[in-house]
Write a protein that binds this ligand. Structure first.
Ligand code: ZN
Length: 612
């Protein structure tokens, strides 16, 4: 008996010490950085003090940093990936073949030693004691002298040096628009450790995952340079460049350089850009956020960069109302000279010879302030949750503000998805963003299928429930790292409809939707599920007497139905490939999903019209 009790006690304690990782916690960082930039050589040196708080239940014996700039070197993993992928990003390659017969050459492979990027760690200490570390590509692996206990804060002091690469993608120097310094992923950055463990992804040019915290950054740079970026400038009277209070006196110290002191709280990254020929406009919005526009002082850009300013305020108002209030004091739209990319409290975009060259990008990148900068999903693993949701909400904003409102603003996106299905390039959205086979498959999955996830959720739970879901998601998960399940649970709580099947089918598989009208016999309709993926069905029926009626057939496994004026029928248990129901009048015409929100891959079988 005693033996049994002992055994029982042992098994209980073993159970307690091996808890599953379902409770939420997040690590915390406080960075203080002082950086000196040499604008002639594109080299910089920095001192970084990082107070790292281990809020995990685990004891940490090692930590990892990202050294992203090391990706821009011949032979790097990013270079190798660029050379092996069948459809490389054409901004990152030179075509050394012909137009008809292209042959791509990696631009990284051609960088000379004074053109590459690098981040070198010179010294690193934990609580004053030197540490051992090793660099593997873009990742720094650090063995700790003293493990970090759960709940403990430690201080890492680092001296580092860097070189800004010739711009290949997102960050770099002297890009096509002539911007001197676009500084994204430029500092040694602590990797995230969460309920899934360490996220030490090598940088190959895609998505990010960062630790929430506070940044106190001083950039010492040639005084002719205007700087824009993450954070609130603490010393505007000491630097000027349009940041100063015009009523008060400037207090610029003598010397070749100016110290730009920024503080950004509750963010997970810090980005900046600088150029000696930037123009800087500020728009103080009614909502209280200051919008900064920092762009090349060049006639060819000035018109569009002025026109975009009031339109950016309208988008800000739209997102504030549709999702939740933008939480920081400022947002900067900066000409960074390459594509468009979202960062904390700012974006770097390129171009602007016309309004329409930039306004869509500004809308997209600003929307990322919600779906990535505030709701910080691990976008490396769930790129559809930031790119898809961002594309969804920014398309709605631009459709309303810029285009006057089309009833089908997402029609193009559905076409993109059907293209991927028809060409067999689709991969499940659970694929890590670095490891999609092709750039095309990544793009269609993340942007397009991610957007359609929300369009179809509208179809499944109803428009009002979807709107409510986005707001509740923001309230419950702002300044956190929400997961796909967090979003699904939010939609379930708002709608009262069970949605596990939807997350599984649409995100974790490449099953497709195809429903058909199988048979109509006077007043009996039989529908067929041809595709593997189940969906609730909206049916519009026109009767012989000229009247019409809408029906809604929920899935049985939803255990609920959306609010609708349609006649709600009994649930369709998905295992049955056919479903029949009887109407009160003789049928003339049947149409499945007449509004077209369901991504049904074969519409030819979606309707029936009785021959006269
Ligand atoms: Zn995006």
């Amino acid at each position: 008996m005693k033996k049994i009790i002992l055994l029982l006690l042992f098994s209980i304690s073993a159970y307690l010490s091996a808890q599953n990782n379902t409770s939420y916690w997040q690590q915390h960082v406080d960075y203080t950085m002082d950086v000196d930039i040499d604008v002639k050589t594109f080299k910089y040196v920095g001192i970084q003090k990082l107070v790292y708080t281990n809020n995990s239940p685990d004891v940490l014996n090692e930590v990892f940093y990202h050294l992203y700039f090391n990706a821009f070197q011949p032979g790097s993993e990013m270079d190798a990936r660029l050379q092996s992928i069948v459809d490389p990003d054409d901004r990152m390659v030179n075509n050394i073949g012909t137009r008809e017969n292209p042959k791509n050459e990696s631009r990284i492979s051609k960088l000379k030693p004074n053109e590459i990027g690098y981040l070198n760690v010179l010294t690193l200490k934990q609580n004053g004691q030197s540490l051992k570390y090793k660099v593997e590509g873009t990742v720094l692996e650090v063995q700790l002298n003293t493990p970090i206990q759960s709940g403990e804060s430690v201080t890492f002091d680092m001296n580092f040096e860097g070189q800004v690469p010739v711009l290949i993608r997102r960050a770099g120097r002297n890009n096509e628009d002539g911007v001197a310094l676009s500084m994204a992923q430029w500092y040694p950055k602590m990797a995230e450790y969460d309920f899934e463990g360490w996220h030490t992804d090598a940088y190959i040019g895609r998505e990010f995952h960062g630790v929430w915290g506070n940044f106190d950054v001083t950039l010492n740079i040639d005084k002719t340079y205007t700087v824009g970026g993450t954070g609130n400038l603490q010393n505007p009277q000491e630097v000027g460049h349009g940041y100063e209070d015009k009523i008060q006196k400037l207090n610029v110290k003598k010397g070749a350089k100016l110290p730009w002191h920024f503080i950004a709280n509750n963010v997970h990254d810090f980005t900046w850009a600088a150029d000696p020929n930037f123009t800087h406009d500020i728009l103080k919005t009614k909502s209280g956020t200051e919008l900064h526009f920092i762009y090349k002082n060049d006639e060819k850009y000035s018109k569009a960069w002025k026109e975009v300013q009031p339109l950016t305020e309208k988008a800000l108002d739209y997102f504030n109302a549709a999702i939740g209030e933008y939480p920081w004091k400022q947002y900067s739209v900066i000409q960074g000279g390459d594509g468009g990319m979202e960062y904390a409290m700012c974006t770097l975009i390129s171009g602007g010879k016309s309004l329409y060259e930039i306004v869509g990008t500004v809308y997209h990148e600003l929307a990322h302030s919600w779906f990535q900068q505030i709701l910080a999903t691990n976008e490396s693993k769930h790129s559809w949750m930031d790119e898809g949701f961002t594309t969804y909400i920014s398309t709605l904003a631009s459709n309303k503000i810029l285009k006057g409102g089309s009833s089908k603003p997402n029609a193009n996106d559905y076409r993109g998805y059907f293209y991927a299905v028809d060409n067999y390039i689709e991969e499940p959205l659970t694929t890590h963003s670095d490891r999609f086979n092709t750039n095309a498959a990544f793009g269609i999955a993340s942007y397009t299928k991610g957007l359609i996830f929300l369009c179809q959720l509208n179809y499944i739970i109803g428009e009002e429930n979807l709107k409510e879901t986005l707001k509740k998601y923001f309230q419950d998960f702002k300044f956190k790292h929400p997961t796909p399940n967090d979003f699904k649970r939010t939609a379930e709580k708002v709608s009262g409809i069970q949605l596990d099947w939807y997350l599984n089918e649409w995100i974790e598989t490449t099953h497709t939707i195809d429903y058909a009208v199988a048979k109509v016999d006077k007043n009996v309709v039989t529908l067929a599920r041809v595709g593997q993926m189940p969906m609730p069905i909206d049916v519009l029926i026109n009767y012989k007497d000229g009247s019409s009626e809408n029906f809604n057939i929920p899935l049985r496994m939803m255990h609920g139905a959306k609010p609708t004026t349609a006649t709600i029928l009994r649930g369709w248990a998905w295992g049955h490939p056919f479903y029949s129901f009887t109407t009160n009048k003789e049928i003339m015409k049947v149409v499945i999903d007449s509004i077209g929100l369901m991504a049904d891959i074969d519409k030819s079988n979606n309707s029936f019209l009785k021959k006269q």
